[in-house]
Design a protein around this ligand. Structure first.
Ligand code: ASP
Ligand code: MG
Length: 476
């Protein structure tokens, strides 16, 4: 079916991968090096790292009535991008002049928009999206011009012409059918002519043409949407690390790149705090069975991590271990809870009323306590809300007390192959027990490919190293 069509690639470069003249130049080399193997290639770029933050800061300060800050940001961003262009594009050339002119225009637009925001004293989500789209728009122009200078045919494409979204500004979702049509019309044609489109990440537009953004960090999502809508064969996400790691290398120095991960493993890792792709953003390609790679712009020789819908599960295998800090464990306990329906529902209703997210729940079958983990900054409100909800039970002493332990972490071991493999849990706890690390509560992760343990924060680093060295590096 796909025989002679093994040729369409979407590559996305994140903020640090296009964060300086030398990084952009490196990224362009990567694109050019793939041009033979992949005759149809779409490039998606983020803004230079830090630029979106500056644009947000400028617009917020304008809304607060400050006329100085945004002007300073406009000047510094003009200078930053101008310097990059002067480093990369040949002097006195038409390409350079055009891009410099475009940069001036974009940042003048930024100032005008911020001025309006300042006058109105209000920053609407819609205005915010128009303002924050500027970083990607400039970078796509720079990148396309650099490819042209190297002799490749390229064109900067504003994703507002391609990705059609709902009007949920700042966190818009793509509309599949119109996006597919426009992708074929706007990008498909360029690809047939062997032109490399350089598309702005992060942004889209409503059916009425208003600029939207897909949420912070949304360029990965842009790449996945385009991969899906263009029926790409693969999507490559270029970043500044070697791939998804077995553990945080700052804590576990011998952490290694994980060669293959499944979608549910990525979900579990993202949920439990590892800095990987957000599962929502890669769903469009994974659902369609299009493989996605995470690769390092600054170390392009190594393959990186491949993410598939369902990677082959090796029984008993733990692939990664991760930790979330800053948590508290709340316990609701009392002998009078046994067999009384509705206690859990009311407890979590009270938690939800505080807007607190629950990371883990466990209840022993004796039903004499329910414990769950929430971010520490929400714990006081959570306890008060439960005490209020359970006032009658507390007075009757059906519930004895509601209390919390602070300075907790959740350490999660992830690997789809541990599903239903009892030996893994034993090895995990053995690794911790050997070092005298106390496990306070345990739960199996929602996607059934993770085991989570609540520990005291001071044990976290040692627990990560022990699990990493004894269980992950010792996979059998
Ligand atoms: N530039 C946007 C941000 O910083 C999108 C991205 O980098 O993916 O959030
Ligand atoms: Mg970014």
């Amino acid at each position: 079916m796909k025989s002679e069509k093994h040729s369409r690639l979407v590559m996305k470069f994140g903020g640090t991968s296009v964060g300086s003249a030398s990084a952009i130049s490196q990224a362009a080399e990567i694109v050019l090096a793939q041009a033979i193997a992949w005759p149809e290639m779409v490039v998606v770029v983020s803004a230079m790292s830090g630029v979106t933050d500056d644009l947000v800061r400028g617009s917020l300060s304008a809304a607060a009535g400050d006329t100085q800050t945004y002007q300073g940001i406009a000047a510094s961003l003009t200078e930053k991008h101008t310097r990059v262009v002067e480093d990369l594009l040949a002097p006195a050339g038409e390409l350079r002049d055009q891009v410099l002119h475009f940069i001036d225009r974009c940042l003048a637009e930024f100032s005008t928009l911020c001025h309006s925001v300042c006058v109105l004293g209000e920053l609407t989500p819609r205005a915010q999206d128009t303002i924050t789209s500027i970083g990607e728009r400039i970078n796509a122009r720079i990148f396309a011009a650099l490819l042209e200078q190297h002799g490749a045919e390229s064109q900067a494409v504003d994703a507002s012409e391609v990705i059609v979204t709902d009007d949920n500004f700042q966190n818009a979702s793509p509309l599949a059918i119109p996006t597919r049509e426009r992708a074929a019309a706007r990008l498909g044609k360029l690809l047939e002519q062997r032109v490399i489109p350089v598309v702005t990440g992060f942004i889209g537009a409503t059916t009425g043409g208003l600029i939207t953004t897909l949420g912070r960090g949304g360029s990965d999502y842009s790449a996945a949407i385009l991969g899906d809508c263009l029926d790409a064969d693969e999507v490559w996400i270029w970043t500044d690390v070697d791939g998804v790691m077995t553990a945080d290398p700052r804590v576990v120095p011998n952490a290694q790149v994980i060669p293959v991960l499944s979608y549910s493993e990525v979900g579990e890792l993202a949920y439990f705090g590892a800095k990987v792709l957000h599962p929502r953003t890669i769903r469009p390609v994974i659902d369609r069975g299009i493989p996605l790679w995470v690769k390092n712009t600054f170390n392009p020789g190594i393959p990186g991590t491949r993410i598939e819908r369902q990677s082959k599960e090796v029984t008993g295998t733990v692939k990664a271990v991760t930790a979330i800090k800053g948590l508290s464990m709340v316990t609701v306990e009392g002998r009078g809870m046994m067999g009384v329906p509705g206690i859990a529902a009311r407890t979590f209703g009270a938690v939800a009323s505080q807007g607190a997210s629950v990371l883990m729940i466990s209840q022993a079958s004796s039903e004499q306590s329910i414990c769950f983990v929430v971010p520490s900054e929400t714990v006081q409100g959570v306890i008060r809300a439960i005490e209020k909800e359970m006032a009658v039970e507390l007075a009757r002493q059906d519930i004895d007390r509601v209390w919390a332990m602070d300075d907790m972490v959740i350490v999660t071991a992830v690997g789809a192959g541990m599903r239903g493999t009892p030996g893994v849990a034993a090895r995990l706890f053995g690794a911790l027990g050997g070092k005298g690390i106390n496990v306070i509560a345990i739960a199996q992760g929602a996607s059934e490919c993770g085991v989570s343990m609540v520990l005291e924060a001071r044990d976290a680093a040692e627990a990560l190293r022990q699990i990493h060295d004894q269980v992950i590096m010792n996979n059998k």
